[in-house]
Design a protein around this ligand. Structure first.
Ligand code: SF4
Ligand code: SF4
Length: 344
């Protein structure tokens, strides 16, 4: 992998060059929080941010989208509007890139999803390193560093950004910017190592995930699930903000007096009361306790069995979004009954 450096005073110039590769989107401040949005000018971008309200998954799996239209005469016609739009997503944190790599395994693995895959091809990712806050535990989830799934990745090393080139497109961006990128020297490497050590020691939260699937297996009947079921509001916020929750619902919208219509999909949540209800009216996860238990088991147990690692990347969004303070780290700590595993 090619590693270069970009002096910070040349970042504006690079941002102007990179716009030839697509519409530039980055985190901007909104009501005291951060959201990924198209930029009207580069100065709106906030590259030092804690976390965006919604993760980058909203670009690849939009909250609502029309999949196809149908009519008795024309049959099925896929809706591809906007799929080929070239976007540069600037300032994606490592955990969110890691989350996209996880979504790739779901939507570009055993089950091919052409909508997701086309967007993944057309949306470039420029990642940026970050400093953990009190809700971050990505290091415990082995998602504080990524070596794939991005085109460029920026590390702040003081006066420069050290830049990993992760794809041919990233290389094209670097080439288009010409001499603004320079070779790294021994001092840059030392700066990087110091920055990496500083970041490691900045984590306030730690979770032990080795043997966690086994602990979950043993604690299936734990009273914790009942307690959480009594507390949870089933609002679904934790799923909506999660970079790796990918459940969706599919519904047809049929034009009145005709057999033509459209089929849409929209984000769903396993916390919603109707999520597991089937046509006969049977609900496989009626009680709230079984729904919240399912979310935890799918993230930390089921995904490990299917894909070899938990689907949680430790971004902390569900902790900061939950209106009743249900905290994944605290739940894992209680399941282990070892109070010194997680610390704040
Ligand atoms: S479960 Fe929570 S901490 Fe884990 S990836 Fe999802 S939102 Fe982030
Ligand atoms: S955000 Fe909290 S209250 Fe809402 S569904 Fe998730 S766990 Fe339950």
């Amino acid at each position: 992998m090619k590693i270069l450096k970009l002096p910070k005073e040349r970042l504006d110039l690079f941002a102007s060059v990179v716009q030839q590769f697509g519409e530039l989107h980055a985190p901007v401040q909104q009501d005291g929080k951060y959201v990924f949005k198209p930029l009207t000018r580069w100065s709106e971008a906030r590259l030092e941010y804690d976390r965006t309200i919604l993760p980058p998954k909203k670009y690849f799996l939009p909250p609502r989208e029309t999949l196809f239209r149908y009519s008795p005469g024309a049959g099925f016609e896929p809706c591809t509007e906007g799929l080929d739009q070239r976007i540069i997503l600037f300032g994606v944190h490592a955990c969110d890139v890691f989350a996209l790599n996880i979504l790739d395994r779901v939507f570009a693995g055993r089950y091919d999803d052409p909508y997701y895959q086309t967007r993944r091809k057309n949306i470039a990712i420029i990642g940026i390193d970050c400093t953990p806050d009190r809700h971050c535990f990505c290091r415990s989830m082995r998602a504080d560093f990524v070596d794939s799934g991005f085109d460029l990745f920026f590390y702040d090393t003081g006066e420069c950004y050290q830049v990993l080139v992760g794809s041919a497109l990233g290389d094209d961006m670097v080439m288009a910017a010409g001499s603004v990128f320079q070779a790294v020297d021994a001092a840059d490497i030392e700066n990087y190592k110091q920055r990496s050590a500083d970041k490691r020691s900045a984590f306030e939260l730690e979770v032990e995930i080795r043997d966690l699937p086994e602990i979950f297996e043993m604690e299936y009947q734990s009273e914790i699930w009942k307690e959480l079921g009594e507390k949870c509001l089933s609002c679904g916020s934790c799923s909506m903000v999660c970079p790796t929750c990918y459940c969706f619902d599919v519904a047809d919208s049929v034009e009145l007096g005709s057999r033509a219509g459209t089929r849409q999909r929209s984000w769903d949540s396993c916390l919603f009361a109707n999520h597991a209800r089937v046509a006969s009216g049977e609900n496989f996860r009626g009680p709230r306790a079984s729904r919240i238990k399912f979310r935890f088991y799918h993230k930390q147990r089921g995904f490990v069995a299917e894909y070899g690692r938990p689907s949680c990347v430790g971004c902390g969004r569900c902790i900061s979004a939950c209106p009743v303070n249900i905290d994944v780290v605290h739940v894992i700590d209680r399941l282990r009954e070892v109070q010194d595993v997680a610390r704040r």
